[in-house]
Write a protein that binds this ligand. Structure first.
Ligand code: PNS
Length: 155
């Protein structure tokens, strides 16, 4: 399950949990989205994902810095899992799924649970940037790290 995870949210975690019930193993891959400038360094994003999935059997976090399908081959992944919150997500994800299929790896889409479908990493950061409460949108420990990074960014 690849993504930027900047930061990991309860929406991501819901998809991870459900994917873990469908697959032998789930690798949550912190990958590079060239269209985004992340708030958190990759190592920090991996550490937060690792902490969030620590209690989930057969789930682990890893950094996938290059081409996603190369990482899939490295870890023996048979499918890419992505969560979809909306038609907008689908429009963005479909070309990537087509391309990754062309490159040899199929994608499985899971519809977001409506209870967490309002959660997007970009919105979480925006709420935090403006002083709003994000603690109930992200796994434990993540909100403090985001706030600390935002404070650093502002200095
Ligand atoms: O959480 P995001 O930012 O929507 O995730 C997008 C991501 C990181 C999964 C995507 O940009 C990606 O797969 N990057 C790795 C490089 C790659 O394989 N690019 C070709 C994708 S078809």
């Amino acid at each position: 399950m690849p993504g930027s995870f900047d930061p990991v949210t309860l929406g991501h975690l819901d998809v991870v949990r459900r994917a873990a019930e469908m697959f032998d193993e789930v690798v949550v891959a912190v990958a590079t989205n060239v269209a985004k400038r992340p708030l958190l360094p990759a190592a920090e994003r991996v550490a937060l994902v690792a902490a969030a999935v620590a209690g989930l059997p057969r789930v682990r976090a890893a950094e996938a810095p290059g081409l996603l399908v190369d990482f899939c081959r490295e870890v023996g992944a048979t499918a890419i899992v992505k969560g979809l919150r909306s038609g907008g997500d689908y429009d963005a994800e479909l070309p990537m799924a087509w391309m990754n299929r062309h490159l040899g790896v199929e994608t499985v889409f899971l519809p977001a649970d409506p209870a967490v479908a309002h959660i997007a990493s970009s919105l979480v950061k925006d709420v935090a940037r403006h002083g709003g409460r994000i603690d109930d949108l992200v796994p434990p420990g993540v909100a403090a790290v985001v706030r600390a990074r935002l404070a650093q960014e502002g200095t």
